[in-house]
Design a protein around this ligand. Sequence first.
Ligand code: HEC
Length: 260
Amino acid sequence: MRLTSRRLGLAAAALSLLVVTGCRQDMHNQPKFYPQRGTDFYADGRSVRPQVEDTVARNQLHEDAYFYTGLVNGKEGDGMPFPATMQVLERGQERYNVYCTPCHSRVGNGIGMIVQRGYSKAGSFHSARLETAPLGHFFHVISNGYGSMPDYSAQIVPADRWAIVAYIKALQLSQKATQADVASGAHVEPLASIAEREGLPASFADEWVLPPTAVTGTPDNGLYVLPVTGAGAAGTTAAAPSRNNAAAPAASAGKTAPKQ
Ligand code: HEC
């Protein structure tokens, strides 16, 4: 009697297990495509379908071309696509400080912290050329990069790029402003006297210069080749000299590289 009830219990457990696993089938075993993987379902073998010709996907209708490119008939335009309100300038300052200061510095002289540590000198926004450059130029540089500067189109949406452009204009004005540029009665004090009052070094208000800690290139000015790891891997024999090369920075650490 006892045995039978135990058997019954076992059978019930097995049955419930079956039911439970049966439920887990839901959408696990469905025909689906993995990104970039081929298929024999479509004649062209691609699982990703090309966009249908003459159609525009949602959020991709860029009707206002100037807002998205900063160009007018292929040339950099001069003007904001929307009014530069105080709110826009504040947003621009905040985004500028996040994305541009590492290289261009907070005052836009091109000597940000990364440059002080050896990145190519970033352009100063206070050169005569950039002071008169059209707004579209700044938008274009942020969107497409410029020389050794990477583009920031993935990080900064178009509206914020324009906000940064507006802020750069304010930054340019701020560095050359005179008493006549501010409302009458406003208190204006030169940076040097503020520095003196605050007990900061006398050189505080001077032009910035690249410190000797700025390292341009590798210490031996040779080509830096990434070290090859995993000895015995195929191709290590051919790459062996690069390992010697990579060891060079450690050997001469502490020395300051000659500036290029
Ligand atoms: C990683 C460093 C780096 C960052 C971050 C960076 N830049 Fe630059 N930028 C450079 C360098 C380097 C140059 C000079 C490139 C050259 O002349 O080859 C430059 C040049 C420029 C120029 C001058 C182009 C000209 O006509 O001479 C502008 C304008 C500019 N950057 C805007 C920006 C703005 C706006 C941001 C922030 C969204 C930004 N940059 C972020 C490195 C940077």
